[in-house]
Unconditional design. Structure first.
Length: 615
C-alpha cells in the first residue's frame, strides 16, 4: 500500500519538483543538494549510490534502506517531497521561480542599496525621527506609562463610567450609547424623478474629465478614440456586474464589437485607479467635503471587506462554507473617508486575512492621506500597528472584545502592580530582540512607504513561514506597544470611541451602497481572473465615487440657493447628519422602453402547441 501511495504522489509532484528553481542563497544546504540531485537525475533515483540523505534525520536515514542496504526509492521520494514542502514554508528553501516563496530579501529594498543609502531612504520615507531605536522606544515607553497612569487614575476617581470590573477583578468596557438623529432625506434629494446612472457619469465627467485617463494599451498604432458613451457603457458593464457583452445587448446605440474593443483596449486596473483619483481630486476640493470631517486638520478613514460569490471558475476565489455554502468567493476590500470618498479598493482570496491589505490603501493612494484609520477585528494585526505607528497614522481598530486583548509593556509588570493600578499590562515584550531587528524594521517600512513593494506582498510572505520570521516577531512586539497605548486611550477617551464607531458605521453603510451597485447576475461575480476582478471592482468604485460627487454637487447647490446665513447653517447641519452614499433618487437598474413602434418577436403558437415530442 505504501509503495502504491508513493507512486501516486511521485506522479503528481515529480514534475513540480523538476520545475523548481531554488535560490542559491538557501540556508538549507542539505535539502538544496537533494533537490538539485533529483533534478539532475530527472527524478530517476534507482540506487543508493551518491543519493543525498543528509537532509533526513537518523531514524529516517535508516528507514529508507532495506535490510539488504538497498534504497527504498518510493519512501525516499515521499520524505524528500515532505522536506521540500516544509523547507519552502519555513523559508529555509526560497524558490526563485515562485512569486510567493522567494527569499524575503528579494521583496525589499536591495540590501546593497539599503546599506549604501540608508540615511537618504529613511529621510525620503519620513522616518528620520525613528532612526534611533533607543530614543524611539524610550519615547514610546514614556507615552505608554503616562497613558496607563492617566487611565487608571480616572477609573479610580470614578471619572470613567465606561469601565467596570467583574467579581474576578477583570475589567470590561461598556458600549457607548449612540443617539441616532432622524434626518428627512426627502427634502435633500430629488423625489419627483429618478436620475439615470449615465446622467450621473456624464455630469461628473464634464466636471472632472475622468474619461481622459483611459488610454489605449497599444504602442505602434493608436486608433481613433471611441465615443464617450462607450466608456460609460464599459464602466457600467464592469461595475454593475452585468458583463460587457450582455450590457451591449441591453443598450440602445451601442454596438457589441465596439464596446468589447473599448473594454479590452482601454480598461486596466491602472487606468481605472487613475479615473477614480481624478474624481476624488475634484470632490476633495469641494467646500462641502471639508465640513464632513470632524476636524479640519485630521482625516479619519476606515476600511472593510465584503465577501462576494464568484459564479465562474477562478483561481482567485476560495471556498468558505460560512459565506458561500458550497461555492467559492473573494473579498472586495474598500477604504473610505468621512466625506464618503472611496479612495482605494482591491480584491483578494476570501481565505486571506484582511489585515494584510490594510496598509496598501494607506500607502498607495495620493489623494487622501489619513491621520487615523479604523477597521473591525478582521483588519487588525499587531504588525499593522507597528507600521502605522512609524508612518505617523493612528491605527484605531474596533475589537470585538477589548478586554480579551493582551496588554504589553517594556517595563516589568510588577512595576505597575506596585503602583496599585487596577488595569496593568500582563506581559513584557522582548526588548533586546526588538532593538536587534530595528534596522530590518526600518528597511521594511521604507520598502512600503517608498513603493518598492506593497505591504500585502510583504506580509503575505512573512505569514507564509511555518516558523515565525525574526522580523515578524520584532514587528509584533513593536505593534503590541502601540496597541496597548491605543487600548488605554480607547477605554479612557469617549471622543476616540465615538470616532471609531462613527467611522465604521460609514464604511458599513458604504458596503450597502456598493452592494446596491452590483445589480447584475444575482450579485455573484462573473469575472474569473484577478485582472478582471480588479477592473470590475475599480469600476464599481468609480460609479460609487461619481454618485458621491453628484450628491455633493446636489447638496452644494441647495446650500447656494439658501438666502440667509442662518438658514444655510441649519441646512448644513442637516446635511452633515446624513450620508452622501444615498441612492434612492438614482436609477441603478436601467431603463425600460415603452415607446410605440416596437417590433417585438411573435411566436407561432399553433405550431408550438401541435409539437409532437413522443419518441
Amino acid at each position: 500500500m505504501l509503495e502504491k501511495n508513493a507512486s501516486k504522489l511521485n506522479g503528481k509532484v515529480s514534475d513540480i519538483v523538476k520545475a523548481l528553481i531554488p535560490s542559491s542563497t538557501s540556508s538549507g544546504k542539505d535539502i538544496l543538494a537533494a533537490v538539485r540531485y533529483y533534478q539532475e537525475k530527472n527524478g530517476s533515483i534507482i540506487s543508493r549510490a551518491a543519493v543525498p540523505t543528509d537532509f533526513l534525520g537518523m531514524e529516517q536515514q535508516q528507514r529508507v534502506l532495506t535490510t539488504e542496504g538497498k534504497l527504498r526509492t518510493g519512501l525516499y521520494k515521499v520524505l524528500l517531497f515532505q522536506e521540500i514542502r516544509d523547507s519552502i514554508k519555513s523559508g529555509v528553501l526560497p524558490i526563485d521561480s515562485s512569486y510567493d516563496y522567494r527569499s524575503f530579501d528579494e521583496y525589499q529594498i536591495p540590501v546593497t542599496v539599503w546599506n549604501k543609502e540608508k540615511e537618504k531612504l529613511i529621510e525620503q520615507a519620513g522616518l528620520t525621527a525613528f532612526a534611533d531605536s533607543r530614543k524611539t522606544l524610550l519615547k514610546l515607553n514614556e507615552k505608554l506609562n503616562a497613558q496607563i497612569k492617566l487611565t487608571n487614575e480616572r477609573i479610580e476617581k470614578g471619572s470613567n463610567k465606561q469601565v467596570y470590573f467583574d467579581p474576578a477583578g477583570d475589567w470590561h468596557l461598556m458600549k457607548d450609547k449612540r443617539l441616532e438623529e432622524v434626518v428627512d432625506l426627502e427634502s435633500l434629494y430629488p423625489q419627483e424623478y429618478v436620475i439615470p446612472l449615465v446622467e450621473v457619469l456624464s455630469t461628473v465627467q464634464n466636471a472632472t474629465g475622468f474619461i481622459s485617463t483611459f488610454i489605449h494599451s497599444g504602442i505602434d498604432h493608436i486608433p481613433k478614440r471611441p465615443d464617450e458613451n462607450l466608456f460609460f457603457a464599459a464602466i457600467l458593464g464592469f461595475g454593475c456586474n452585468i458583463g460587457i457583452r450582455k450590457f451591449s445587448f441591453m443598450s440602445k446605440g451601442i454596438r457589441t464589437s465596439s464596446l468589447e474593443t473599448t473594454s479590452l483596449q482601454y480598461f486596466s486596473p491602472e487606468t481605472v485607479i487613475q479615473a477614480n483619483d481624478k474624481v476624488l481630486a475634484f470632490s476633495n476640493d469641494l467646500p462641502l467635503t471639508e465640513h464632513f470631517r470632524k476636524d479640519a486638520d485630521f482625516i479619519h478613514t476606515s476600511s472593510d471587506g465584503q465577501k462576494f460569490d464568484v459564479s465562474v471558475a477562478s483561481l482567485v476565489a476560495s471556498p468558505s462554507f460560512k459565506y458561500f455554502g458550497n461555492g467559492r468567493g473573494v473579498t472586495m476590500y474598500s477604504f473610505l473617508d468621512e466625506a464618503g470618498q472611496l479612495f482605494y479598493s482591491t480584491v483578494f482570496s476570501a481565505a486571506e486575512p484582511e489585515s494584510h491589505y490594510v496598509l496598501d490603501g494607506l500607502t498607495h493612494n495620493e489623494v487622501i492621506i489619513p491621520n487615523a484609520h479604523s477597521t473591525d477585528t478582521h483588519g487588525f494585526s499587531e504588525p499593522v500597528f507597528a507600521v502605522t505607528g512609524l508612518l505617523g497614522i493612528e491605527f484605531r481598530p474596533r475589537f470585538a472584545r477589548f478586554h480579551h486583548q493582551q496588554l504589553y509593556s517594556i517595563d516589568e509588570a510588577r512595576t505597575y502592580r506596585e503602583l496599585n493600578y487596577k488595569i496593568v499590562p500582563g506581559l513584557k515584550i522582548n526588548l533586546v530582540h526588538l532593538e536587534n531587528h530595528w534596522d530590518d524594521i526600518l528597511r521594511l517600512v521604507c520598502t512600503i512607504k517608498l513603493g518598492y513593494a506593497k505591504a500585502s506582498t510583504l506580509f503575505r510572505r512573512l505569514n507564509s513561514y511555518s516558523k515565525q520570521h525574526p522580523l515578524y516577531k520584532a514587528l509584533k512586539d513593536l505593534g503590541r506597544l502601540y496597541k496597548t497605548v491605543y487600548i488605554y486611550q480607547y477605554m479612557d477617551d469617549e471622543l476616540i470611541r465615538k470616532s471609531v464607531s462613527g467611522s465604521l458605521s460609514k464604511i458599513e453603510n458604504s458596503n450597502n451602497f456598493s452592494k446596491a451597485i452590483t445589480v447584475g447576475n444575482n450579485q455573484e461575480l462573473i469575472w474569473a481572473t484577478r485582472k478582471e476582478q480588479l477592473i470590475a471592482e475599480g469600476c464599481k468604485r468609480l460609479i460609487a465615487n461619481a454618485l458621491n460627487t453628484y450628491n455633493l454637487l446636489l447638496l452644494s447647490e441647495k446650500l447656494v440657493a439658501v438666502e440667509s446665513e442662518h438658514d444655510r447653517q441649519i441646512l448644513l447641519k442637516k446635511i452633515l447628519a446624513t450620508s452622501t452614499h444615498s441612492w434612492a433618487h438614482i436609477n441603478l437598474v436601467g431603463e425600460y422602453d415603452f415607446s410605440d413602434g416596437k417590433d417585438y418577436k411573435i411566436f407561432n403558437l399553433s405550431s408550438i402547441m401541435d409539437l409532437n415530442l413522443a419518441p
